[in-house]
Design a protein around this ligand. Structure first.
Ligand code: SAM
Length: 216
């Protein structure tokens, strides 16, 4: 099943609407599309940019760097003010990301780490004002639990891919190969939407984005 979150014509329209103003980010978006790197689609990237602009986080943590597109989008959204730590376990992608971050002149502020986020998150010092979870879909809950003690009050956690191509919301039995993924994502969204510590909005943007605020 292709993305069945909105209608294909809306998807196509939004994916072509308003490219990033920043020529470097536009080139990075094109590189990701060309090389089949699973970087945020344009509407998701615009949302990240906007959230960083609104939130003005001093520190951001990203789980799942790929080639650095969303990390640099968040950085641009923060007005290049945020300090960002971003974690990628695939070494080839990590090296590409580091080159891209360097070419953007951001290596002093955006720190890429190579390794498994489930191990590295525990080793990070300090708190974060904004977290973007975008690594293995089935592990989002585990990343969230690890990140939560490091989130500042009023902090924001953004999770991508929560609608899993529409399967999370689709009626009827999912295909066997998607059953576990669907169950995990439904449990995760139930948790985000019912736990009294958080306020969560689930948006049908891209592959589905959950925006969660830790109440202060
Ligand atoms: N956030 C990126 C963007 O929008 O430009 C896209 C990230 S891509 C969807 C997910 C990335 O997470 C992949 O490059 C994958 O190698 C990485 N990943 C998967 N599991 C991981 C883990 N446990 N720790 C760190 N990175 C992981």
């Amino acid at each position: 099943m292709d993305n069945q979150i909105t209608y294909p014509y809306i998807e196509e329209y939004l994916n072509e609407l308003e490219p990033p103003e920043d020529a470097f980010l536009l080139a990075l978006e094109e590189e990701a599309r060309r090389d089949n790197v699973p970087a945020a689609v344009r509407p998701t990237a615009r949302l990240l940019y906007l959230l960083a602009k609104l939130k003005q986080p001093a520190r951001i943590l990203e789980v799942g760097t790929a080639i650095g597109y969303s990390a640099l989008t968040l950085y641009a959204g923060s007005g290049k003010q945020a300090k960002i730590v971003t974690i990628e376990k695939d070494e080839e992608r990590f090296l590409l990301a580091r080159n891209n971050i360097r070419a953007y002149g951001a290596l002093g502020d955006v720190k890429p780490l190579c390794g498994d986020a489930e191990e590295l998150i525990d080793t990070l010092d300090g708190t974060f004002d904004m977290v973007f979870i975008d690594a293995a879909k089935g592990a989002s809950m585990r990343y969230f639990e690890k990140v939560l003690p490091k989130l500042s009050l009023g902090g924001m956690i953004v999770t991508d891919n929560v609608l899993y191509g529409g399967r999370t919301a689709a009626p009827g039995e999912p295909l066997h190969k998607h059953r576990t993924g669907v169950r995990i994502m439904r449990e995760y969204l139930d948790f985000l939407c019912t736990d009294s510590r958080f306020y969560t909005a689930v948006l049908p943007v891209g592959d589905g984005v959950a925006v969660t605020l830790l109440k202060d």
